[in-house]
Ligand binder design. Structure first.
Ligand code: NAD
Length: 291
């Protein structure tokens, strides 16, 4: 079992750190929020007073922070204290450019680093069933893999540093666009007099099938239990989908990639969040098409 520093104990990090403690790791946990520290203590972690204290003597340092600027700031404080044999594992969703920069800065200090963003929401973080997409050298991946496996169901090597973040935003760009396409198909089907259940039964086993359709149907009462069955509470917030789409659009601009469907999805989620709906599950975007 390893000594692990865990920084960022929010909606996602709280459950992830708890799972590491449950697996028997010695988890030194830090967050700016006192409530988060209390919850981590109750979950078997040792709360500490700073990121530096969490990193001191750790074999692995996991970060789960809101955005690139937080990761860059925390990494700056880690560099002075982390043991040269420690591996840095950033599970936050951040921009590809910052992911590459912090990994390069770590390597310049002799530290191994991987970006390891996740697919799966708060439920998967709590249940230990996240999917990790990992960017870094094969050697760094092999070191991070057993720790990530204690928090997830799948750990996949995506490529060099930054490739994990690239995989994450490309995946979520598909998700944002297919959710809107699925929603508009349900709305059109309804206007054409087609029963929603009948359309679901057909599209779920036809070429219109996607995760947004089959596993996350945006209407209540059809398919498996989804946020639509709970008035679009819980699930994956539209504001987080917007964050990922913005990252995807910025990355696309950096490399001159043409992403018209992603751009349209970003525009739709921008408007949805601007209308004060960012806290709802992202499938609630169907309301803007129906109403
Ligand atoms: P969150 O806002 O709930 O948690 C972030 C935590 O980081 C907070 O507790 C905050 O106090 C802490 N923090 C911020 N700056 C800090 C610092 N300098 N030192 C220590 N702690 C600091 O966010 P979340 O929902 O847990 O998401 C974390 C990351 O995971 C984000 O990058 C997000 O995009 C990604 N993500 C979230 C979900 C989801 O469903 N919530 C799903 C996949 C990926």
């Amino acid at each position: 079992m390893a000594r692990i520093g865990f920084i960022g104990l929010g909606n996602m990090g709280g459950g992830m750190a708890a799972n590491l403690a449950k697996k028997g790791h010695d988890v030194r946990a830090f967050d700016l929020s006192a409530d988060a520290l209390d919850r981590a203590k109750a979950a078997g972690c040792l709360p500490v007073a700073s990121a530096a204290e969490a990193a001191d003597g750790a074999e692995a340092i996991v970060t789960m922070l809101p955005a690139g600027k937080h990761v860059a700031e925390v990494y700056d404080t880690l560099f002075g204290v982390a043991s040269p044999s420690a591996i840095l594992i950033d599970c936050s969703t951040i921009d590809v450019a910052t992911a590459k920069q912090v990994a390069e800065a770590a390597q310049a200090k002799g530290l191994a680093a991987v970006d390891a963003p996740v697919s799966g929401g708060i439920g998967a973080a709590n249940a230990g069933t996240l999917t990790f997409m990992v960017g870094g050298s094969r050697e760094a991946f092999d070191r991070a893999q057993p720790i990530l496996a204690d928090m997830g169901k799948a750990v996949i090597h995506a490529g060099a540093n930054g490739a994990g973040q690239a995989a994450k935003i490309c995946n979520n760009m598909i998700l944002g666009a297919t959710m809107i396409a699925t929603c508009e198909a349900f709305v059109l089907a309804d206007k054409l007099g087609l029963d929603a259940q009948a359309f679901y039964d057909i599209a779920s086993v036809s070429s219109g099938q996607s995760w947004s359709m089959t596993s996350y149907a945006p209407l209540p009462g059809i398919g498996p239990d989804t946020p639509a069955d709970h008035d679009y509470q819980g699930g994956f917030a539209a504001a987080l989908m917007l964050k990922d789409l913005r990252l995807a659009m910025a990355a696309a601009q950096d490399v001159s990639a043409d992403t018209p469907m992603g751009a349209k999805a970003a525009e739709r989620y921008e408007a949805f969040a601007a209308a004060g709906q960012g806290g709802l599950d992202f499938s609630a975007i169907i309301r803007t098409l129906r109403d």
